[in-house]
Design a protein around this ligand. Structure first.
Ligand code: GLV
Length: 329
């Protein structure tokens, strides 16, 4: 009997793709071409499953055009690129990759926040430019992280891991805003206090954004929200582009409405709003918060576990471990 066919959309670790070859006829993408939606549809013809990252759009048009598709398995935790209800309606199971990246992503969020607060990127550019001629008392003086108020917008797994670093490692006071409140025991462990969004913006010394992207979180932080923040505050976004209005943020940074920002994600990435590229008080990184090698490998393995199980093979046959819509099976 011939093996089911699957597609791997981006270049991933060859040994992990080999796990798929044990069960499937695999078309992979070792040269890492970014396919257009039309090219993706064309390559998906006859495929039962697809390994995606956080960027390929999986929508009704694609599902209608790929009737043999049964499983969409992403190595990302965020799945705003996938229309999950449409997948369910088409009998397509979807999985994401939670948990395995939580600590690595929180490490990076904390690093970006610290880089913004202590002006690390800005001062490094200054040094590299050859402009450093003398020590001065207030050169690149930033804001303290230890003992400051950490505000977390979106208190899921990654938000809690950021809060834990702040509370336990840096003696920070933690406030957060989330649709639902944490269990009292977790609030007590983190010393975290739920506040409304306005209080979060007003009281945070360092605001870290970790909410999922959806229509409801589009431009959740724009000019009006930035105007509520302290002029000494920093803003860090490790969630998704589009949650922060990048043009409004660039203006607020230029006007010193807030002190600094750290951004790993951008609306329309890999394009970056040109105004952000010209303000000095922002640290910009290319969507790498989960990018430690062990974590990226763990994310890819989890997507493969899901794909193998979703198509009825392996130890979890029929039960993909992190399915978002198991009812589709
Ligand atoms: C990365 O942004 C992810 O969602 O895994």
């Amino acid at each position: 009997m011939s093996k089911p066919a699957v597609l791997v959309c981006r270049a991933v670790f060859p040994d992990i793709v080999d796990r798929l070859r044990e069960h499937f006829d695999v078309e992979d993408n070792p040269s890492d071409v970014v396919w257009t939606p039309a090219e993706l549809i064309q390559r998906l013809q006859g495929k039962a499953g697809v390994f995606i990252t956080g960027t390929q759009p999986i929508d009704t048009a694609l599902l209608d055009a790929c009737p043999q598709l049964k499983a969409v398995c992403s190595m990302a935790v965020g799945y705003n690129n996938v229309d999950v209800p449409a997948c369910t309606a088409h009998g397509v199971v979807v999985s994401n990759a939670p948990d395995v990246l939580t600590e690595t992503t929180a490490d990076f969020g904390f690093a970006l926040m610290m880089a913004a607060a202590r002006r690390i990127a800005e001062s490094e550019h200054f040094l590299r430019s050859g402009a450093w001629s003398k020590w001065s008392v207030d050169a690149f003086a930033g804001t303290d992280v230890h003992g400051a108020t950490l505000g977390v917008l979106g208190m899921g797994r990654i938000g809690q891991a950021v809060a834990r670093r702040g509370a336990l490692g840096f003696g920070m006071k933690v406030i957060y805003h989330n649709r639902s409140r944490l269990d009292a025991a977790i609030e007590a462990e983190l010393g975290a206090r739920w506040v409304d969004k306005e209080a979060l913006l007003r009281e945070s010394d360092h605001l870290v954004i970790v909410v999922p992207y959806s229509a409801a979180s589009h431009h959740l932080v724009g000019a009006a929200e930035l105007a509520l923040m302290k002029p000494t505050a920093t803003l860090t976004n490790i969630a998704r582009g589009g949650i922060v209005d990048d043009a409004a943020l660039a203006q607020a940074l230029r006007d010193k409405r807030i002190a600094a920002a750290g951004l790993d994600v951008f609306e329309g990435e890999p394009s970056v709003h040109p105004d952000l590229l010209t303000v000095p008080n922002v640290v910009l990184t290319p969507h790498i918060a989960s990018a430690s090698l062990p974590t990226r490998r763990a994310m890819a393995h989890l997507a493969v576990d899901n794909l193998i199980a979703a198509l009825g093979f392996g130890p979890h046959a029929g039960h993909p471990p992190t399915a978002l819509n198991p009812e589709a099976l």
